[in-house]
Design a protein around this ligand. Structure first.
Ligand SMILES: Cc1ncc(COP(=O)(O)O)c(C=O)c1O
Length: 372
């Protein structure tokens, strides 16, 4: 029997969709203007609202987060080697490798799952030009420690903030740290523009370079003054972004309600530990990621299979770590890789369904399946 008929399929990153009428109004106006891309009215308005929201001087949209990372890396003149965590979505590493920069994988902090600042210095060589921190599962990196290391060695500091739109750290919105920060507005993220991304910075010169780079280096209609690519966001994506901007607070509240429901239910299941968010900071509460410990009767993979059989599509984010994926795995065959915390965490974590379409009843159903 088709199980999806009994229970709907539950996904980890089910898209948050704002007010449809408002979105369609934006799209109607866009058609009336006959302006579909090339930094139109909606993209410019979206960038203005993004910068206001996160409190940065600049926020430049891109067609997706990966392209944003690639452009940011180039604009920061990253070359040679760049240190980053292996425990991240593979796009963080690919964005560097794609342009001939060698990703050097560093271990993570046991509590936050973000890059461990105490492990970074041992990876620094004369070839190192930068550090990429990833605010994983909406939880910020130790930005101060990373900035101190970057300053000490004259390195650039870039943050992959794909998971952390709408979050704060030390009372300041994510987007304001390092040289620049890159968001992803992919459909699975807390805040989406179908596909999309943005680079936030308070550095005027860097912002100007990024703006040029994401539009083939065009300054004026016929004037190309820089090497560039096509990293532009379309108008329809900006329309979705603008629509969803009006829903940020309600999405946050729904996510928090869902997270709290998981937390309450999981407290009664020995061996399952849900990630924690700092109570005194703003979070988007978008990730219900658990660690499956030794006291739980099933391994993480056994639990995942059990949930999948019930159409609960929990994900092993981000197993097995980038260093175990190609092309990095083969490139590192002759090197001893020592990332014990990455290995341990990657083998234990499971992302549970989240997003605004997940209801309290869905969560009770998931909890029931997990309670054995
Ligand atoms: C940590 C991280 N970095 C980068 C990306 C890439 O973003 P995009 O899909 O918008 O290219 C993602 C997810 O998609 C991600 O999870």
């Amino acid at each position: 029997m088709d199980k999806s008929k009994i229970h709907p399929t539950l996904h980890v990153g089910s898209p948050n969709i704002g007010n449809r009428e408002r979105f369609l109004r934006y799209v109607d106006e866009m058609f009336d203007r006959r302006w579909l891309t090339n930094r139109g009215t909606l993209v410019l308005e979206f960038e203005k609202r993004l910068a206001e929201y996160i409190g940065t001087k600049h926020c430049i949209t891109t067609c997706n987060g990966t392209k944003g990372l690639e452009i940011a890396a180039r604009a920061l003149d990253l070359t040679g080697e760049v240190i980053l965590p292996s425990f991240t979505f593979v796009a963080t590493a690919h964005a560097l490798q794609w342009q001939g920069i060698k990703p050097v994988f560093c271990d993570i902090d046991r509590d936050t799952y973000c890059i461990d600042p105490t492990q970074i210095e041992r990876h620094i060589t004369p070839e190192t030009t930068g550090i990429v921190g990833v605010h994983l599962f909406s939880r910020p990196c130790d930005t101060q420690a990373l900035q101190s290391i970057a300053d000490k060695y004259g390195l650039k500091l870039l943050f992959d903030a794909a998971h952390a739109f709408g979050c704060s750290h030390h009372g300041q919105m994510i987007g304001n740290f390092g040289d620049c920060e890159v968001f992803s507005f992919h459909a699975t993220k807390f805040f989406n523009s179908f596909e999309g991304g943005a680079i936030a910075t308070n550095n005027d010169e860097l912002a100007e370079k990024i703006r040029l780079m994401q539009d083939f280096g065009f300054r004026e209609m016929d004037e190309v003054v820089h090497l560039g690519t096509n990293g532009k966001m379309t108008e329809v994506c900006a329309a979705m972004g603008l629509t969803n901007m009006d829903e940020i607070d309600s999405c946050r509240e729904t996510n928090k309600r869902n997270y709290c429901a998981y937390k309450e239910g999981l407290a009664h299941i020995p061996g399952i530990k849900l990630i924690e968010y700092a109570p005194n900071e703003l979070s988007n509460w978008h990730y219900a990621v658990v660690e499956v410990g030794d006291e739980y009767p099933l391994s993480r993979d056994e639990l995942m299979i059990k949930l999948h059989e019930q159409n609960i599509l929990a994900r092993r984010y981000f197993w097995p770590g980038c260093h175990q994926m190609e092309p990095y795995k083969s490139a590192m065959e002759k090197v001893t890789v020592n990332l014990p915390t990455t290995k341990k965490v990657a083998n234990r974590v499971l992302g549970l369904p989240m997003g605004n379409s997940i209801t309290g009843d869905d969560i009770q159903r998931i909890l029931l399946e997990m309670s054995i």
